[in-house]
Design a protein around this ligand. Structure first.
Ligand SMILES: Nc1ncnc2c1ncn2[C@@H]1O[C@H](COP(=O)(O)OP(=O)(O)OP(=O)(O)O)[C@@H](O)[C@H]1O
Ligand SMILES: [Mg+2]
Length: 372
């Protein structure tokens, strides 16, 4: 159900984004702004249509596109704002509800993280107990890095500041560096806080050697920000960066992280737990051990998508007329369900393949040995 619609919306969103980029390149700010806002609205629709595993991503994209669009529109022709308003628009602030139990496996990463984040909050801590305020989470896509950051924030009942580094580098943010510095300032004001900076590798490509001006400024501000609150004994601000490409990180940035935590693909035992999380409440007529064996190499996100696919297969079979119902009819419609069968999963395994390949996994292992 909804898959056709999802594809259609996705295409529309891509088309709007392309037009936005074109307008941006041509210096047509007004049009670029409206296109971004439109793309954001479509992403929001997608978030409602898409399975749970992807809807969160779409919500995030929606806020970012809408924010960028509105920012371009409201600051058109003016000097770019450097106000708090700008930060509010670029940075998603929330109190996440993610709990540690929502995250399957990762016992080691969870343990290290819990220990690291809790210490700074312990009062009456003797001076020789050094605390960790900056943590790098690295590993393949979809393994739970964002979930871990959210659960940490939840545990600390902290204000959660989330930004994607790539989003801060748009050419519209000539003041990206200022956004970062205000971000650190704001986090300090609102403490306890947790700053989560995703895709942190996009700021500091170390291999190419050349780094553009905007990246350089952002990097400088991050380094300074990390320095600042690491030095202070009393600030309750934690900084978590996440990346799929730790080997791309700038050396100076890398060395500022006090802890580097590998977030690997789930092993057999962990996949079993993750299946349990994503099939919670569903009736099963399948051998879970079999699912675990067949999903070797799948990330948590792949497993979530797989489960959703199997559930959709069941729903579609039991409710063949669903797509032709009007919205009025849908309101009163009672969804038919049945237990999930091996055939639902056979199809899902056909269609959902693991996102990471083994050669890139070796790269993480090698990197962990050297830097982890
Ligand atoms: N360990 C896990 N346990 C349960 N669900 C998981 C786990 N890892 C990933 N998932 C599922 O996949 C989704 C994406 O996970 P998350 O956003 O934490 O991945 P990520 O490591 O941040 O990926 P990326 O590197 O692409 O940002 C989650 O919302 C959840 O549905
Ligand atoms: Mg993530």
């Amino acid at each position: 159900m909804g898959e056709l619609r999802e594809n259609m919306l996705r295409q529309q969103m891509q088309a709007e984004l392309e037009k936005a980029h074109k307008a941006e390149a041509a210096g047509n700010e007004k049009e670029a702004g409206s296109r971004y806002v439109k793309a954001g609205a479509i992403a929001r629709k997608l978030a409602y249509v898409a399975p749970r595993a992807r809807s969160e991503e779409f919500f995030h994209s929606a806020s970012q596109y809408e924010n960028v669009g509105n920012l371009i529109k409201t600051t058109e022709g003016e000097q770019r704002a450097e106000s708090d308003e700008m930060i509010d628009k670029m940075i998603v602030t929330q109190k996440p509800s993610t709990k540690w139990e929502d995250i399957g496996g990762l016992a080691e990463a969870k343990g290290t993280l819990k220990e690291a984040i809790i210490l700074p909050f312990v009062g009456g801590r003797p001076d020789f107990v050094k605390i960790t305020k900056s943590i790098l989470l690295y590993g393949p896509p979809g393994t739970g890095k964002t979930l871990l950051a959210k659960a940490s924030s939840n545990t600390l009942n902290a204000t959660f500041f989330e930004a994607k580094a790539s989003g801060l580098l748009s050419k519209y943010f000539g003041e990206s560096g200022k956004i970062i510095s205000s971000l650190f300032g704001k986090a300090k004001d609102k403490q306890p806080s947790l700053i989560f900076l995703d895709e942190i590798d996009s700021i500091a490509p170390s291999r190419s050697g050349d780094i553009n001006e905007s990246s350089r400024r952002v990097l400088g501000e991050i380094l300074e920000g990390m320095e600042g609150f690491s030095a202070s004994k009393d600030d309750k601000v934690i900084f978590i960066g996440a990346t799929n490409k730790p080997w791309d990180l700038d050396d100076a940035l890398l060395s500022r992280f006090q802890r580097k935590i590998y977030v690997p693909l789930p092993d057999d035992e962990s996949r079993k737990v993750i299946f349990g999380i994503h099939l919670k409440g569903a009736e099963l007529s399948v051998n879970v051990g079999d699912l675990v064996r067949r999903s070797d190499g799948y990330s948590g996100r792949d497993i979530a998508a797989l489960c959703q696919k199997a559930i959709n297969n069941m729903i579609r079979e039991k409710n063949p007329d669903l797509e032709s119902l009007t919205s009025k009819q849908l309101e009163t419609y009672k969804l038919e369900t049945r237990e999930l069968l091996p055939s639902d999963f056979d199809d899902a395994f056909e269609k959902v393949k693991p996102a990471s390949d083994s050669s890139s996994l070796q790269k993480y292992a090698d990197w962990e040995k050297e830097f982890g």
